[in-house]
Design a protein. Structure first.
Length: 265
């Protein structure tokens, strides 16, 4: 493990593997270097790139500093890009896609950007995320109920069926999820106003000037795919690509060839 220090003094833990141009992988909700798709994806990419996986603040071995703001997570990526030599490709999945887009919008020296299934809700193909979602999430975290926060996220955020959420509580991964549950409020901040079932705000990503690949899975539900299509239109010059046979639980072996082709192209 290696570390960098973000602008506000927070220690960010990362792992570097492979050789070649730098690629930074940005995880989605509750994932980190040792829990989620980043590690196996890094192994697939390492033959072509120097791959940086990292623990987003408040997760894994990274530190955390109050008060939180989305800008702090952008600064974490900036510190990693500096460590990588000053420029890097960036790939983000789910809420990590939202964060990667914020980094590009902030003008970080990103060479190429690729994002997979930013979970936008732009129409009526699913119920909108409840207006009090963030408030209830923050209340559960503030009162020391990480399990309740996970249930709010799973049921109201990503629409996991109740029986599945019930079974999850008896699985070995549940304690790991509870440890990172406080960071769910950070993901919620990235989605503010973007999951209410209305069209995307005009000009939201007009400031993204780097080449951008926007991806979805061919087996993902209509609401996710509709949101991705809207995003591809909203990001200037973005390329939209569907990875057939994939869902939101994207297989590293399925996306790796796409990223290799795009970042090397």
């Amino acid at each position: 493990m290696s570390t960098v220090t973000s602008q506000d003094g927070t220690t960010i833990a990362y792992t570097r593997t492979g050789s070649g141009p730098a690629v930074i992988l940005v995880d989605g909700a509750m994932c980190h270097r040792e829990f989620g798709p980043a590690k196996p994806l890094a192994a697939e990419l390492a033959r072509h790139f120097t791959v940086y996986t990292y623990d987003r603040r408040g997760r894994g071995e990274s530190g955390d500093t109050e008060p939180f703001a989305v800008a702090r997570e952008v600064e974490d990526i900036a510190a990693l890009i500096k460590e990588a030599g000053g420029t890097a490709h960036v790939y983000g999945i789910s809420s990590g896609a939202a964060l990667a887009l914020e980094a590009a919008k902030a003008g970080l020296p990103i060479t190429k950007l690729a994002v997979y299934e930013f979970p936008l809700v732009v129409d009526d193909t699913r119920p909108p995320v409840p207006a009090d979602y963030t408030e209830r999430l923050e209340n559960a975290i503030a009162t020391g109920k990480p399990g309740a926060a996970i249930k709010i996220f799973m049921r109201d955020g990503v629409r996991v069926p109740a029986p599945v959420v019930l079974m999850m509580q008896f699985m070995p991964a549940w304690p790991k999820l509870k440890k990172v549950a406080p960071t769910l409020r950070y993901d919620a901040a990235l989605f503010d106003g973007l999951q209410d079932g209305t069209p995307l705000p005009e000009g939201q990503w007009a400031g993204v000037s780097v080449p951008t690949l926007v991806m979805d899975g061919g087996k993902s539900p209509a609401w996710i795919r509709n949101g991705v299509a809207a995003l591809a239109t909203a990001v200037p010059g973005a390329e939209h690509r569907t990875i057939e046979g994939q869902t939101h639980m994207l297989k590293p072996k399925a996306v790796a060839p796409v990223l290799i082709d795009y970042f090397n192209g």
